[in-house]
Design a protein around this ligand. Sequence first.
Ligand SMILES: Nc1ncnc2c1ncn2[C@@H]1O[C@H](COP(=O)(O)OP(=O)(O)OP(=O)(O)O)[C@@H](O)[C@H]1O
Ligand SMILES: [Mg+2]
Length: 315
Amino acid sequence: MGRVDDRRRDGAAKERYRIIGTLGTGGMAVVLDALDLVGARRVALKFARTPDAGAFARARLEYEAEAMRRAADRRICVAYGVETCEGWPCLVMERLIGRTLQAKLDAHPLDPREVADVAIEIAGALAAVHRVGLVHHDVKPANVFVTATGRIKLLDFGLATRRGAFPMQSGSGRRTGRPSVLGTTNYIAPERILRQPADPRSDLFSLGAVIYEMAAGRPPFAGASTAEAIMNVLEKDPPPIDCLQSPAGRALDRVIRKLLAKDPDRRYQTAGELTKALRQVPQDRARAATHTTVRRSLQMRGVRHESVHTSCHVH
Ligand SMILES: Nc1ncnc2c1ncn2[C@@H]1O[C@H](COP(=O)(O)OP(=O)(O)OP(=O)(O)O)[C@@H](O)[C@H]1O
Ligand SMILES: [Mg+2]
């Protein structure tokens, strides 16, 4: 009876989604581009990359879908639910068009006001996550999507936990088997390396690392090895960012430094508090004007904006 039902469900799922291609591959999952023939819409299907297609993989994806549904916000990717596709459990999501913030940063650095605007959107998404008592735990450029219309969407709730939980300790139920802290060393807060209970302020530290990277073109605590990066997170101040010399740049630099404080009590305490500070980052008129002029003149000559690089170095 159970088996017949399963087969019927799989059969229906096979008919329901037509795989079109691959959207991305992360440490834990592969995300495919698909057509939902029943809903008549494009969807993104996230499959666990572990060989386990059974109850454990499904439970993890269901946890992820539930976290996304609870935090629901215009700046968070929409989860439709967990289904079975060709016998494998998968998380069905809205299919976003655009590219990750990682890909955008690889193409060109952003000016300080643009950095602040993107950061405000991510902070808004985090406010929604924290409001429902969750901590995202994996804020990094590859988990932030910039849509073709310029909207920001937070992705990947695979590591999200309840506030106060112990996310990285083995034996903690469905979190067991998730990647170790090493997977996201460049953005992880010191208290997470020290395995403190989940705290929304850790997400703010990670966002600080993302903002630093948006401004500097490299993450703040990168090291030659994972061990060195971990030591940098725990003990070092990030290198100064050369290009933040303008009034907007200096204002942004102060926000970044506060977010990257080792002690969570010295950071902004909430995403809302951070948003307020980011709104006060002024527009650099001269720089913005130069950007626009350069951009326009290159566009007139048929050069794509993405190919314009501004130089910014860290010491
Ligand atoms: N809804 C979506 N629409 C379009 N592309 C998506 C969508 N969701 C994810 N992607 C792409 O797939 C990639 C991997 O997705 P995701 O971050 O959820 O997987 P992951 O394996 O959990 O990642 P990680 O490496 O952080 O563990 C993203 O970086 C993005 O490029
Ligand atoms: Mg990811």
